[in-house]
Design a protein around this ligand. Structure first.
Ligand code: SF4
Length: 330
């Protein structure tokens, strides 16, 4: 594994059996042969429409769903793990090092617990502190970093706005001093002005605590302003992956171009320029042959229907899975 990467995946797949126990013959491949490197200290974005597999990919890296094919390795300089083989004390240690910030700040917090108890719970479950005083000290420390007042700790979640609740969720995720954080649509449920506040908080925490984020989102405007690198997923596969500036300046894959054309613009001349994507995303239990995008791609040829394109490098750090990216770039 490269010392610059926190996580490397190679042909990572996640499949779920469907059809019940008797007719248990088909497999829903939510993630299909994903090879990605997540650099240490990066704000790494994964985008795609609903059903693209981005959430399952994030959960596989948290060991919350089983990896059924390929491999994923983690190395933060202190600990190295093969994520497909975690068990016992290694799994317990990885749970501390890798945390999740949930999407919905209203559903994520127990209404019966005080903010202090919500933030302290991971420390107590993982037995990371010896005394109650130690727990309280750590809770106060992370609450202050997440811009919560100490008096908030005695209250219950219903007393807070959406933005404040998301700061409580972030404090809970970071209290165990993780190195890797999966933020799954973590600002999607918030008003735009509050989104900016939470994104700024995530950025400053990244700098102060040396975090690496996997930022899962369907909102390309948010990703453009936040992430260093973006991977575009479709039907469980990576279609394109590049540093953010490079990707937004010159997208190569037809699917990425359609997604980008749909970003809302304040320029009235840009209205109506969004390209429409015909049809629905195919079922992951019944994948198309060849290029997974060919059923909706206006540029599909017989080759696209027959042969699956591999992810190939088109520029430094930029890769694309399309047979025709060269001719379509002109
Ligand atoms: Fe479209 Fe073919 Fe490229 Fe797939 S390989 S995105 S079908 S042009």
């Amino acid at each position: 594994m490269s010392e610059n990467n926190l996580i490397e995946t190679k042909d990572l797949s996640v499949g779920f059996p469907v059809g019940g126990q008797i007719f248990n013959k088909s497999v829903l491949k939510a993630v299909n042969k994903v090879s990605l490197d997540i650099p240490l200290g990066s704000f790494f974005g994964v985008v795609g429409e609903s059903g693209s597999g981005k959430t399952t990919f994030g959960r596989a890296l948290l060991n919350a769903v089983p990896i059924t094919g390929g491999a994923a390795h983690y190395d933060d300089g202190e600990a190295k793990y093969d994520l497909g083989k975690l068990a016992g004390p290694d799994l317990k240690d990885y749970r501390r090092r890798a945390q999740l910030i949930f999407q919905d700040p209203y559903a994520a917090l127990s209404p019966r617990m005080t903010v202090r108890d919500i933030i302290a719970e991971p420390l107590e479950v993982m037995k990371l502190c010896k005394t109650r005083e130690e727990v309280d000290e750590r809770v106060r420390e992370i609450a202050a970093m997440c811009r919560l007042n100490l008096e908030h700790l005695r209250r219950f979640p219903h007393a807070f706005s959406g933005g404040q609740r998301q700061r409580i969720s972030i404090a809970r995720a970071l209290v165990s001093k993780p190195r890797f954080v999966v933020a799954d649509e973590s600002v999607a449920a918030l008003d735009v002005s509050i989104q900016a506040d939470i994104l700024n908080l995530l950025k400053s925490l990244q700098k102060d605590l040396g975090l690496t984020y996997l930022f899962i989102s369907h909102d390309l405007s948010v990703v453009a302003h936040t992430c260093d690198h973006v991977a575009v997923m479709y039907l469980g596969q990576i279609m394109e992956s590049a540093p953010t500036r490079q990707l937004f300046a010159a997208p190569r894959h037809p699917y990425t171009k359609v997604l980008f054309s749909a970003i809302p613009s304040l320029d009235p001349d840009d209205r109506g320029k969004a390209q429409r994507l015909e049809g629905e995303i195919p079922s992951p239990t019944n994948r198309p042959s060849g290029c997974q995008f060919h059923t909706r791609c206006p540029f599909a040829t017989d080759l696209c229907k027959r042969e699956e394109p591999t992810l190939e490098s088109c520029e430094q750090g930029h890769s694309v899975a399309c047979h025709r990216w060269r001719e379509l770039a002109d």
